[in-house]
Design a protein around this ligand. Structure first.
Ligand code: ZN
Length: 189
């Protein structure tokens, strides 16, 4: 585990992660933003450590509460992503998945828990090194998509362990990448 962490840090230091956006590096996440018609989709892939401080299934009530609290933030995405107000974007569905956390803990608070689908620590994406990720996709429906010029990303305030986001934006008129940090957390296009 220590050697992998060293590799991750070395990759981050050299910028080599830019060629391998899926690399697992604590403090770093990737964000894919797609605007298609009125539909704005933001897809975040991040080490669980950035969100929870641990990368396994919760082992007690306190950790289960932490997982639910984290999940609810993504189910109320207006608190994490703020599209240009003039575009009049309204939050829609969010989907969360992780190889090491039971899907019922990641569902909306009001949703019925799916029966008998416990996540396995040996499942895909869990690996043997003790690292694991969360994939979160949130949607907005934008009444005036032509007015959408960017998104304020509030993830750094919500999850202080997160230090950098490698973002990619695809809209009908733009295709670009950007690096977001706590000091530069607005994605413009
Ligand atoms: Zn990790």
């Amino acid at each position: 585990m220590r050697s992998l962490l060293t590799v991750c840090l070395a990759l981050a230091a050299t910028g080599a992660w830019a060629q391998t956006p899926a690399a697992h590096a604590h403090g770093v996440a990737t964000l894919q933003v797609t605007l298609d018609g009125r539909s704005l989709e933001l897809s975040l892939q991040t080490p669980l450590d950035n969100l929870l401080g641990f990368e396994r299934g919760p082992r007690n009530d306190q950790e289960r509460r932490a997982v639910r609290s984290m999940a609810q933030r993504f189910h109320a995405p207006a608190g994490l992503f703020r599209p240009t107000p003039a575009a009049r974007c309204v939050p829609g569905d969010s989907t969360l998945s992780s190889a090491v956390i039971d899907a019922s803990l990641l569902a909306t608070a009001g949703a019925a828990a799916p029966a008998g689908t416990p996540a396995s620590a040996t499942g895909a994406g869990a690996g043997n090194d003790g690292h694991a990720e969360l994939d979160a996709t949130v949607h907005f429906d934008c009444a005036n998509p032509a007015a959408l010029k960017g998104v304020d990303v509030l993830l750094f305030q919500a999850f202080p362990r997160l230090r950098r986001i490698e973002a990619a934006v695809v809209t009908p008129t733009t295709q670009r990448g950007a690096t977001l940090t706590p000091r530069q957390a607005t994605l413009n296009w």
